[in-house]
Write a protein of this length. Structure first.
Ligand SMILES: [Fe+2]
Length: 384
């Protein structure tokens, strides 16, 4: 075996009713909490559970719901400035990737009041206030990663902040996934699977991270038939709760495992290439990754890498890459008119190929030709 390092310091608690059960964790971090979440048209069960736990422990709190999707540097600066007078002891991030990523950056700015938003991209030594992360989607795995990706409006791109901020605690309850809209459910499931697949094929993978990914693939395989049933049945697709609690738990496990694996290895080409689609075409992150993943897995030439892909695909419950590709297409649920033109794809490929660090963990020689091939086969040769 090759030498490897494994580091994942977030303490994870998983189970139905876990926020109420573990309410003493909140008090262990202080008496003033700042909650970062989002608004919902209906009931926000996770927020209700958290505020009940805080009230019972007599912890003061404020709630921020103004974080946009793909939060910007300016947003985290604004929020940090607005809450500074409240002086929270810790943050509670409830939601998907955007609230959790934003909380990591806001936690750094609150802990380091003399730092600016731009310092987030240059000073990796900065620390954060403690964070409790409570996911309400099952895709990002941000509750167990050290990543925080923000939108840099000054550079017209997305970029990870330099400090590596792991939440102190992650509380995972699949109850919070039950009413997730179908499109968001598909997008986040694809994101979680891509984290596992890209980590598995990455040259940064270890025996341990790959073993964890294989568990994720197996959990995903248990979800394939239920997802097919829902996607093929309009009555199921329009249901408020299309999946059972047991399936939602498995969605959550794939996301958790994807986050753990992703933290060890980072992602590969599909994630990097997806950012242009999200930034320029506003395709949700998971769907953008899902557009590219099947064609990415088809570009391998070396037998050991082809065998690695085959093993992953079989563990996920598919016969072969074509079977996988058809399933991914059925999951995409894209709006019409998002397809880039060949000229736009040429620009995306040129820009991406210029970022040499993006290819470091790809296990075969690759450059603009491969990137162009993946974009073209994914976006122009298929009809979505
Ligand atoms: Fe992702």
């Amino acid at each position: 075996m090759n030498e490897f390092r494994y580091f994942m310091p977030t303490e994870v608690f998983f189970g139905q009713g876990i926020v109420k059960e573990k309410k003493d964790l909140f008090l262990s971090l202080g008496k003033r909490a700042y909650i970062i979440t989002y608004t919902l048209p209906g009931r926000h069960y996770a927020l209700e559970d958290v505020t009940t736990a805080l009230d019972e422990s007599r912890i003061l709190y404020q709630i921020e719901t103004g974080i946009e999707e793909n939060p910007s540097t300016e947003t985290v600066e604004r929020v940090a400035a607005s809450v500074r007078a409240f002086a929270p002891d810790f943050l509670i991030a409830i939601g998907g990737g955007s609230p959790i990523d934003a909380s990591k950056a806001i936690g750094v700015l609150l802990k380091n009041p003399n730092s600016s938003g731009l310092d987030l991209y240059s000073d990796s030594t900065l620390e954060s206030l403690p964070i409790i992360a409570i996911p309400t989607t099952a895709g990002t795995g941000a509750e167990v990663t050290h990543f925080s990706v923000l939108t840099r409006t000054d550079k017209d791109t997305k970029q990870a902040i330099a400090p590596r901020i792991f939440p102190r605690y992650a509380l995972l309850d699949a109850t919070y996934l039950m009413e997730m809209p179908l499109r968001l459910s598909c997008s986040t499931s694809i994101d979680a699977l891509c984290h596992c697949l890209e980590s598995y094929i990455s040259t940064a993978g270890s025996e341990l991270s790959r073993a964890i990914c294989e568990i994720g693939f197996t959990y995903f395989s248990h979800c394939v038939e239920p997802m097919r049933t829902v996607l093929n049945n309009p009555a199921c697709a329009q249901s408020k709760m299309p999946y059972t609690y047991e399936i939602r738990e498995k969605h959550m496990m794939v996301s958790l495992i994807g986050g753990i694996a992703n933290t060890q290895t980072g992602t590969c080409l599909p994630h990097g290439m997806s950012y242009a689609l999200t930034h320029h075409k506003h395709i949700p992150h998971g769907l953008a990754c899902g557009l590219l993943i099947a064609e990415y897995l088809k570009i391998f030439k070396q037998p050991e890498n082809i065998a690695c892909v085959d093993r992953a695909i079989h563990l996920c419950g598919f016969q072969d890459l074509n079977d996988f590709s058809e399933f991914m297409d059925s999951m995409l649920l894209l709006d019409a008119n998002i397809t880039p033109t060949p000229e736009e794809i040429e620009i995306y490929a040129e820009e991406f190929a210029g970022q040499k660090h993006r290819f470091v963990r790809h296990p075969e020689p690759a450059g603009k030709a491969e990137v162009l091939q993946i974009y073209t086969n994914s976006l122009l040769k298929k009809k979505h």
